[in-house]
Write a protein that binds this ligand. Structure first.
Ligand code: NAP
Length: 298
């Protein structure tokens, strides 16, 4: 299939490579062009703008946040001030497959703008860190028109191990994704607090990890993040803390709009803010483990 891919960060680069490996014809665009070098060598072609990447059957986007996605869809200016047309300005009416973690409001707005332009929009945020993206083992929560979802199937096959269809309104997938990221962060916070309690009481945190992940907490999220907490392996970031804070802020706005009190959210959000302020923006979001331990005098 002829596809465009916009956004070659930690996740997008790995996804692009898997699309190429699966035999798709991939055209890529990224704000910083140097990140495309390895993919161009692997067989991708360079698109001069998001609109050019959109000259395809499906254009995928994997970008940091709402601001980035709006710039590539509606158009922006390059660093020299030249216009950079967005995907909605492409001649071919490509279906837009949005993989980024974005707000529910933006997903609704994009669904409407694409419908008004006679184009399809599918929201399919992913679960899994860059290692899972490299191994084509992502989990995808997808929502959109069933015919549009069917068109995306070969692409999902190339990048993921399982797709969950959430519904027909694209933003429903973003509700699931944001809820999931809140649950991950809450699990990290709970583990960090319990490990700190153990350490202060003379039990190694690796012992707690060993007992719990082999019994009641035998789940990927506890295993992956528990290991990072035990080893203190917070750099290089697989998922940078500022992106985690972006997600907790999106959860907070969704909670406010729907009238859902989420007291635990306030704790993890503040710990992320403190971790970024004290440790810098290059730390993984699980670096809240440092903040929790510090509060206990460790
Ligand atoms: P990343 O490595 O920081 O990459 C971010 C991408 O967004 C880069 O391509 C960056 O371009 C682009 N970008 C940022 N601001 C832009 C703007 N104003 N205009 C155009 N492009 C812009 O992030 P990532 O880890 O790949 O994450 C991408 C998305 O996946 C995020 O929504 C994240 O929440 C989600 N996600 C991440 C993970 C994970 O573990 N990493 C897991 C699941 C979901 P430059 O290269 O020019 O900076």
């Amino acid at each position: 299939m002829k596809v465009g891919l916009i956004g070659l960060g930690n996740m997008g680069s790995a996804i692009a490579l898997n699309l190429i490996k699966a035999g798709h014809k991939v055209s890529v665009w990224n704000r910083s062009r140097d990140k495309a070098d390895a993919l161009l060598q692997a067989g991708a072609t360079w698109a001069a703008s998001p609109a050019e990447a959109g000259e395809a059957e499906v254009v995928l986007s994997m970008l940091a946040d709402d601001t980035a996605l709006q710039a590539v869809v509606f158009g922006a200016a390059d660093p020299q001030g030249n216009p950079l047309p967005g995907t909605l300005q492409s001649k071919a009416p490509a279906l837009h497959l949005s993989l980024s973690t974005i707000s529910i409001e933006l997903a609704d707005r994009l669904a409407q703008s694409h419908a008004e332009a006679g184009r399809g929009f599918v929201s399919a945020p992913v679960f899994g860190r860059p290692a899972a993206a490299q191994a084509a083992k992502l989990f995808i929560a997808a929502a959109g028109n069933p015919a549009h979802l069917a068109l995306c199937e070969p692409l999902f096959d190339a990048i993921s191990q399982r797709v969950f269809t959430i519904g027909e309104r694209p933003s429903m997938a973003n509700v699931v994704k944001l809820s999931g990221n809140f649950m991950i962060m809450a699990a990290v916070e709970a583990m960090a607090e319990a490990m700190t309690l153990c350490e202060k009481s003379g039990v190694a945190k690796s012992t707690l990890f060993d007992v719990l992940t082999n019994t009641l907490f035998n789940a990927p999220v506890y295993k992956t993040y528990g290991e990072i907490l035990v080893q203190g392996r917070y750099r290089p970031a697989g998922f940078a803390a500022p992106l985690g804070l972006k997600d907790m802020t999106l959860v907070s706005s969704a909670a406010q709009r729907s009238g859902t009190p989420m007291p635990v959210l306030g704790v993890v959000r503040d710990h992320l803010i403190e971790t970024i302020a004290c440790e810098g923006e290059d730390i993984d979001w699980s670096g809240v483990g440092i903040t929790v331990a510090k509060h206990a005098g460790l």
